[in-house]
Design a binder for this molecule. Structure first.
Ligand code: BTN
Length: 235
């Protein structure tokens, strides 16, 4: 079921309510307290974009496998954007990029019980028809910026949700490993990164492990593994 609101604090908060179950989609024109990664605020032009959350209740997903949900969500966005002629990549861990610009952010929040993910809220902020952005945002883009025309938010929403539900119903999470890998932003090319000490270095992405750690290879061939928050892309 689709539930449409005019304004909520955050669609992720609403989706957590017991009344919503697997496959339910909570959409809002505006969010008064939209959240991004790492405690950031998510702001979105009212009536221009999509801010929504999809409720997922996996049958049996151990916490060690919870990164699979991020893979599924990210691939559903890449697939939908491709349907609209937009070539996008997954910027580890939670962003979708077109070239060097961010078109979509994901915020996945899981309720864990006895070591299993009982309920997952997949929060998606996708820029659709916005063309002017706050100068505080480093590198935003939208579908309209990329293609030069307006899009039906309703149709894009249906496509993302259909792709998401289809990918979730696949027999094995492992089937998504290769498509996810192929869609990684900056895969196999040398670029600049900054570690948690603020040190700048050049490396290339060689892998993202099933639990989400990224492996970077330095120019001397040595490899380092990082978890979310330990390394930042320099763009
Ligand atoms: C990020 O890029 O930091 C993640 C942004 C996630 C934004 C979406 S909008 C719908 C859902 N509700 C929220 O409060 N956040 C997510």
């Amino acid at each position: 079921m689709y539930y449409n609101f005019d304004c909520v604090s955050s669609t992720n908060d609403i989706a957590l309510d017991e009344r919503y179950h697997h496959g339910d989609v909570i959409c809002s024109e505006r969010q008064s307290a939209g959240r991004g990664q790492r405690g950031n605020i998510w702001s979105s032009g009212s009536g221009l974009n999509l801010t929504f959350s999809v409720v997922v209740e996996p049958e049996s997903l151990h916490i060690r496998e919870q990164f699979s949900l991020l893979r599924v969500a990210a691939l559903s966005l890449v697939t939908t954007l491709a349907e609209y002629g937009i070539d996008s990549k997954i910027k580890w861990t939670n962003d979708i990029y077109v070239g060097d610009k961010k078109i979509c952010g994901l915020l996945i929040e899981n309720r864990i019980e006895e070591g299993f993910v009982r309920k997952s809220i997949i929060g998606i902020g996708l820029n659709i028809n916005q063309v002017e952005f706050s100068t505080e945002l480093p590198n935003p883009t939208s579908m309209r910026c990329e293609r030069g025309c307006e899009f039906s938010r309703e149709r894009v929403l249906r496509s993302v949700v259909d792709n998401l539900m289809r990918l979730l119903s696949m027999d094995s999470w492992e089937e998504l490993a290769q498509p996810y890998h192929r869609s990684l932003y900056r895969l196999g090319e040398f670029h600049s990164y900054r570690n948690s000490k603020g040190e700048l270095f050049t490396a290339k992405i060689v892998d993202v492990a099933p639990m989400g750690e990224i492996t970077l290879e330095l120019r001397d061939g040595s490899q380092r593994r990082y978890i979310f928050g330990e390394v930042n892309f320099v763009i």
